[in-house]
Design a protein around this ligand. Structure first.
Ligand code: ADP
Length: 218
């Protein structure tokens, strides 16, 4: 039987992944070269092991190929992160998710077969920048390089108008997928729904269209 997850590297990122998975009741093996960090996770993870995963015999010995999903959260040591990823893929691990430090790192990881590459600092930075850049934007989720979902607060200009009145889809090419109104959430609102001042509009579309919508309407 396949085991759930293994996390390699127990820094802030890997540690937090490990904690969340364990909290959700999932089996997780925690691995790090640093004994103190491993000890810290011995009561959190199902197994916590000291090991250097750039050594193929360690990867084999831990039976990492039997895991459904291995997360490589090695921080600054890009060489160790790349070598670990390569060994995991060569040993037949199905799904390997790796944290990238920069764009070059990401490119190499993709080339050697990493299944998912995450870039938490860059993504969080972008998310925060979007919130900072506009008073109306509450949250932002990047769907691709060019598409996002954004939470925008409705101002007086849109408040009191229906979606069809504002002609949002035709004029701006964006769609309101949901409206949060106090405790209520209206999913897929009808075109005749009247937007209220301070409603939170959840808008999906191309980034440049969302920007146009924000600038013109809000
Ligand atoms: P973060 O930015 O997420 O806090 P850190 O650089 O603090 O990342 O943590 C990365 C962790 O990865 C460290 O605990 C380090 O000991 C561990 N690590 C580094 N190289 C290896 C390796 N070859 N095998 C296993 N763990 C490693």
């Amino acid at each position: 039987m396949k085991k759930d997850f293994a996390v390699i590297g127990l820094g802030r990122f890997g540690g937090s992944i490990c904690r969340e998975l364990a909290e959700q009741g999932l089996e997780v093996m925690a691995i790090d070269t640093n004994e103190a960090r491993v000890n810290e996770f011995s009561i959190i993870a199902s197994h916590a092991v000291v090991g250097d995963t750039t050594d193929e015999s360690v990867v084999k010995g831990l039976g990492l190929r039997n895991f459904d999903h291995v997360i490589v959260a090695i921080g600054d040591d890009i060489q160790a992160s790349i070598l670990t990823t390569l060994i995991l893929k060569e040993n037949g691990v199905d799904k390997v998710t790796v944290k990238a430090q920069n764009d070059y790192h990401e490119k190499v990881l993709k080339k050697i077969g990493a299944d998912v590459v995450v870039h938490p600092e860059r993504d969080m930075g972008r998310r925060i920048a979007h919130k900072l850049a506009s008073n109306n934007v509450l949250d932002y989720l990047e769907l691709s390089d060019e598409h996002s979902i954004v939470e925008i607060v409705a101002n007086e200009r849109v408040g009191g108008h229906s979606i069809i009145d504002l002609d949002i889809r035709a004029k701006y090419g964006v769609n309101i997928v949901a409206i949060k109104r106090r405790e209520q959430i209206l999913v897929s609102p009808q075109a005749n729904e009247i937007i209220q001042y301070k409603d939170i509009l959840i808008v999906i579309g191309a980034d440049h269209d969302i920007n146009r919508f924000e600038k013109k309407m809000l």
